[in-house]
Design a protein around this ligand. Sequence first.
Ligand code: NAI
Length: 340
Amino acid sequence: VRSLRLVGQHVQKQQSREMSSSSGPQRKVAVLGAAGGIGQPLGLLMKLNPLVTHLSLYDIAGTPGVAADISHCNTPAEVSGYAGDADLGKALEGADIVIIPAGVPRKPGMTRDDLFKINAGIVKSLCAAISQHCPEALVAMISNPVNSTVPIAAEVFKKAGTYDPRKLFGVTTLDVVRARTFYAAKKGLNVRDVDVPVVGGHAGITILPLFSQATPKKSLEGEELDALTKRTQDGGTEVVQAKAGKGSATLSMAYAGALFAEACLKGLNGQKGVIECTYVQSSIIPELPFFSSKVRLGPNGVEEIMGLGQITEYESKALEAMKSELASSIQKGVDFVHQS
Ligand code: NAI
């Protein structure tokens, strides 16, 4: 821990010279689980983001190396690394955004819910520390099962008296990223011009891409629509199988996490018209207290939860079909905090 602090101090001195040339608000982003498969490339992408002035990398081990490595990149963001529980407070202090990719990933044959036992406890303890050290921060949850870990975070914050539903997000951006890629490929479009809203949750049938609202609009029906919907829902499993026991999506998740964090930073900085799909406390589907939909982001986090728009019969059936699974995943998260 001591040597890590020294690395941190050295890095800070080295970077402070460059800081003087940067303008705009000071923004500290903390990544918890920063030495992992997602954490490392996500840390790199956040270091490259000009809106970040301080990048705080935390993990139970391995962060000195990651922080030293990333800190050599030629961007002004100051980088510090912290390892172990004793330094978690320092890692979080003053954070504007906390991104959480801490926990175990899936292996072939596992569902995201199979991760619950281990990840629920990790998320609970990290969120308790957030409520103590940076209760005002936006929290972007990547750790699976997101459908349950976000309700866990909410309950921990409620218990601590720090819960602000505008500031807690489940990161579902990877589902949007996948839907865009698959739709663009199928319809021969440039993926940079494409957008596809994805609503619901972040596991199997709870992931619902709204291809009827995709832009640019192209006809998509019948088996083709079904295949693209299923591929989006199973995109994570496609990667888990291809990696054959060596983890789940890490690089595309880091990319997606960096897109979402950048949107949060833009919102915090007062930029207008920042809209992302994300899993938040929501009342648009009365029986589902957490739901992912388009959300407008601003200086306080969620500024507006947007409705579903006009959905097709196909989408409406899929929405009905997900309700019981999503509701029970939410309840499982709530119960975990109250029973433990
Ligand atoms: P990984 O095992 O490579 O990395 C996880 C990191 O978390 C490790 O470095 C580990 O030391 C750290 N960690 C464990 N306990 C911790 C604690 N108490 N505090 C801080 N750090 C801790 O796993 P990977 O591939 O990076 O995945 C991380 C999580 O992200 C998994 O739960 C996975 O299911 C989830 N995920 C979510 C996606 C999404 O779309 N939301 C997509 C892909 C993965």
